[in-house]
Design a protein around this ligand. Structure first.
Ligand SMILES: Nc1ncnc2c1ncn2[C@@H]1O[C@H](COP(=O)(O)OP(=O)(O)OP(=O)(O)O)[C@@H](O)[C@H]1O
Length: 595
């Protein structure tokens, strides 16, 4: 019994309503208008049925005057019906679009509030599907269906009462169809829900694969993976097609069975009604009214079953949305830029141990004091945990043991707005938004002046290049604009970080894509800027960090050496080894150039 109830997924439907009810309440005045129109509809239904009966009886009895008097009535009914249909259609679309828009904002805000740790577990294709499919599927519970849910039983009751007035024996037969309609609706509702759950999962798979394909186009081309990609996505498309065909079959069968019930009841009531007419128990007009009403009684009942199917589809979309909506977020408000973030005197890692996954410890009992206003370089082999240290210091991940302190305050106690305004990051992979170069620079913080912007691009050694572009700072970049080289992008990202005017600058391999001359200029500018800043630099090319005030050498999640270049180069250890290897590589490159 419980498993049957589970199949009906009442919890899913309750969750769906829990999600949409605040939006329904916000649009309550429009729903009230729709309910008024609903009563108009019920009156119109009965009015039209009465009219057919009255005009038939008047015709049969040859009452010409009565026939004439009925014309203005039907014209009035038609005009009211046209107005009512227009407003109903308009209001339904308005409400659904309005709620969908608000829900999209809500889901996007929630995604942006989820911590990097948790959101990295979601596939970008699934996140996209929430917007392209899942939210639209909520229509099943917010639009016309919600109104039908109230309308259909009301229409049925009103129609049934009117039918009773005409002939009770005929009316009683109509009661037999109710359980059939409900059982069939219930069964198909479950089948449709299960299938649409599979359809949405498949769409998520396809979107994820497409996103990867478009992001990895250069890899696909260089490894001639075009056919492989097409095959993979086409396979998924085939699976989706099969599920959609199954859906079409289910819906087709459902409507055919509904039609069959409706036709059988129609014919049965018509034959029985004709029998009552032949016995003189009811008039021809009453029979016409009765069979018209019968249609209105059956349609709502089979319609209810259809609505049940739509509810189930919406419930499966909400089930998917709950993957992001039910994730606990630490804050309810998005962080905002705070002018000149906190200027810390001391930053300390105290016994910090961290792992992304329980089995592998990435940072092991790390202790480090970062002097402010100085340049600290973090070096070490690939995978040593350098970038992880940046993730931790920005509060994107939290250490399992130990603390990161800013002026003796654990960073966990700082608000995200305060913490994020403290750092400006130039990451390993530069990301620029589509839009103009200026748009990309101005998003660093509010109220940037033209002078500040040009100053920053000059420091980043990119101003001159920008001035050679057709529309200079207004030049569009990104997919629809000018394509920039990796080095040019990196310099714009450096200018953007300078413009953020944050007290701590984090440079993660920030000049790795620059040629030696550019790097030299950018380094000069950064050195000048760094005088007032605390700068943490991750660098593989050790020659670029020789002037750092402190060099921290990491290996396998631990600090193995600290000191200045002069000190470390004299010690036997990883720093000296890495420097020697890099010098050897450089010399062999020079040799091969000389050849
Ligand atoms: N989001 C993540 N989830 C799980 N493991 C991760 C994640 N990010 C990094 N790691 C793992 O943590 C370890 C340290 O990575 P990290 O990026 O901090 O190294 P790194 O020293 O910056 O390396 P590189 O110099 O190559 O950039 C690596 O073994 C990596 O596989």
């Amino acid at each position: 019994m419980t498993s049957i109830l589970n199949e009906f997924n009442f919890t899913g439907i309750r969750n769906t309503f829990k999600l949409v009810s605040p939006y329904i309440f916000k649009n309550v005045k429009f729903y009230v208008l729709l309910i008024i129109l609903l009563f108009v509809d019920i009156l119109l239904t009965i009015g039209f049925a009465w009219f057919f009966g009255a005009i038939t009886d008047a015709a049969v009895q040859g009452q010409f005057e009565k026939l004439k008097s009925l014309i203005p009535i039907i014209l009035t009914l038609i005009v009211i019906s046209l107005f009512s249909t227009f407003f109903k259609t308009f209001l339904e679309s308005y409400i659904t679009s309005n709620i969908r828009r608000k829900l999209k904002d809500h889901v996007l805000k929630q995604i942006l509030l989820i911590s990097p740790e948790k959101i990295s577990k979601q596939r970008s294709g699934d996140l996209l599907t929430h917007f392209t499919n899942d939210i639209s599927s909520i229509d099943g519970v917010i639009g016309s269906n919600l109104i039908y849910l109230i309308q259909l039983p009301l229409v049925s009751i009103a129609v049934f009462i009117y039918m009773l007035q005409i002939n009770w024996q005929l009316s009683v037969i109509s009661l037999f169809i109710i359980p059939f309609a409900i059982i069939i609706g219930g069964i198909f509702g479950i089948l449709i829900r299960n299938n649409s759950r599979n359809i949405y999962n498949k769409i998520g798979d396809i979107n994820s694969n497409l996103t990867e394909t478009f992001q990895g186009l250069s890899v696909i081309r260089s490894f001639t993976l075009e056919n492989f990609s097409i095959k993979k996505i086409s396979n998924l498309n085939n699976q989706l097609f099969k599920l959609e065909v199954k859906n079409a079959k289910l819906r087709g069968n459902f409507y055919v069975i509904g039609e069959a019930i409706s036709s059988i009841t129609y014919i049965a009531s018509l034959c029985l009604g004709a029998f009552f007419v032949s016995k003189g128990q009811i008039s021809v007009g009453s029979l016409l009214t009765f069979v018209t009403l019968m249609q209105h009684l059956i349609n709502p009942l089979t319609g209810l079953a259809g609505i049940w199917g739509s509810f189930q589809t919406s419930a499966s979309a909400v089930e998917r949305l709950s993957n992001v909506l039910e994730v606990k977020t630490e804050n309810s408000e998005l962080p905002i830029y705070k002018n000149k973030g906190r200027f810390p005197e001391k930053i300390k890692f105290r016994n910090v141990t961290f792992s992304y996954k329980p089995q592998t410890t990435i940072i092991k009992n790390l202790n480090l004091e970062i002097p402010t206003g100085k340049v600290v370089a973090i070096v070490g082999p690939s995978g040593a945990g350098k970038t992880t240290l940046f993730q931790l210091i920005q509060g994107y991940y939290k250490p399992q043991l130990g603390q990161i302190l800013m002026d003796d305050v654990p960073i966990n106690n700082l608000s995200p707005s305060e913490l994020r305004s403290t750092y400006a990051l130039v990451a390993q992979e530069t990301f620029l938004f589509s839009g103009s170069i200026k748009d990309n620079l101005l998003l660093a913080r509010p109220n940037i002046t033209q002078n500040e912007m040009i100053n920053a691009t000059m420091h980043a050694n990119i101003h001159e290049f920008i001035m050679t572009l057709p529309e200079q700072y207004e030049t569009e970049i990104g997919e629809r604009g000018v394509r920039l080289s990796v080095g040019q992008k990196q310099r714009i990202a450096i200018a953007r970080a300078i413009l953020k005017d944050a007290p701590i600058l984090l440079l993660d391999e920030a000049t790795s894509a620059l040629d030696s001359e550019s790097e030299f200029h950018v380094k000069l500018a950064l050195d000048h800027l760094m005088k007032n800043l605390t700068t943490l630099v991750i660098a593989h090319r050790l020659s670029t960090i020789q002037h750092a005030d402190l060099i921290v050498v990491m290996d396998n999640g631990e600090i193995v050496q600290t000191g200045t270049h002069e000190k470390l180069i004299k010690e036997e250890g990883m720093y000296k080894r890495l420097t020697q290897i890099q010098n050897m590589v450089k010399n062999s490159e020079l040799d091969s150039l000389a050849l």
